[in-house]
Design a protein. Structure first.
Length: 147
């Protein structure tokens, strides 16, 4: 297995991977090829893909930062390749990259109903903040794509 930086030419394979994973929350704007291209342009050193021996993308993690905090998005491993430590390696690679950017804290959002995802992040040492309320406002109308 190989882990390397993600680039926009990976988009189609990454999108297929996301669609193979239940619990992913995607939308037609942010997660379009154009939206992901903008994200990768702003965050070229903190997004990674995992490839199997046949060079097929089997895992992905996207992360960025605002100069103070890091944020992890859309972490996924293909269901056929889970329980092999791939997600752990992707998370560590991303945390190391954020550390090199001078970031000292990282956050993420997981849907409450994503039981497997929540268990994974808990095992990775991410805690639930009980003192925050997550708020969201759409500026543009989005179509949600549930997997």
């Amino acid at each position: 297995m190989e882990i390397r930086k993600m680039n926009i030419t990976d988009y189609d394979a990454v999108y297929r991977l996301w669609m193979s994973c239940t619990g992913m929350g995607l939308n037609n704007l942010d997660d379009s090829q154009e939206g992901i291209a903008k994200f990768l342009e702003r965050n070229p050193d903190t997004c990674f893909v995992a490839l199997n021996d046949n060079q097929h993308i089997i895992g992905v993690i996207m992360a960025g930062n605002d100069g103070r905090r890091g944020y992890i998005y859309h972490t996924a491993v293909h269901p056929d390749f889970r329980k092999q430590g791939i997600a752990r390696m992707l998370v560590q690679k991303t945390i190391d990259a954020l550390d090199r950017c001078g970031i000292h804290k990282v956050a993420l959002v997981v849907f409450d109903k994503n039981t497997h995802g929540n268990l994974f992040w808990e095992r990775m040492g991410f805690t639930v903040r009980k003192d925050l309320v997550y708020r969201n406002k759409e500026i543009s109308e989005m179509i949600r794509i549930d997997t």
